[in-house]
Design a protein around this ligand. Sequence first.
Ligand SMILES: C[S@@+](CC[C@H](N)C(=O)[O-])C[C@H]1O[C@@H](n2cnc3c(N)ncnc32)[C@H](O)[C@@H]1O
Length: 195
Amino acid sequence: MGAILPSSKYLGQAGAYYLSQKQGPITVLEVGSGTGSFTREIVPLLDAGDRLDMVEINTGLIAYLRNRFAEEPAFQVQPGVDINFINSDIRNLAGDFAYDYIVFSLPLTNFPPQMVEEILSLMLKRLKPGGVFSYVKYAFISRFKYLFGGAATRTAMTQNQHLIGEFASRYQIEQRLVWLNVPPAWTFYWRKPGE
Ligand SMILES: C[S@@+](CC[C@H](N)C(=O)[O-])C[C@H]1O[C@@H](n2cnc3c(N)ncnc32)[C@H](O)[C@@H]1O
């Protein structure tokens, strides 16, 4: 959904960048794990006492990911790391558990504005104070979509940009452009105030 190819390891590393600076046990939520391109970069950063919850809406993809953890050396977690596969729409994530890091790769710009607002509000709610949310957005693609889409597409995209911009003005701490991905993509980092 929205993806052209699985993300490159460089984009995965950018998504997981703040986790690489973690101190002490952490909780991580990965949203839209897909085939595991980001997961693969998150796994080696986890130590005993850490927890990783992976949410993916597609049943086939979550089964594929589970299999990678069972079979591939790159997906072996250290003893004492708690991993959970959650086959769900992120909007229906059960409970009220909060996370130190959220690594997010849903194609936000493809969603209707109301859904973007719902999901981003939920992500901020699920982030601990001081926690970091990272999300990716393809560079250049939205410009094409905007130029060649119909009026309804343009209206939705403008609304989404405005909405995302409001969140960004409150929370954004950094952004990086990853050229080594097809297509190149931005990674944005937001921090929830409070620590
Ligand atoms: C752009 S792909 C990214 C996949 C992978 N992280 C990567 O970078 O290659 C987005 C993923 O999010 C999943 N997804 C889309 N909407 C979702 C939702 N509402 N809740 C959970 N997962 C969703 C899709 O099935 C897809 O696997």
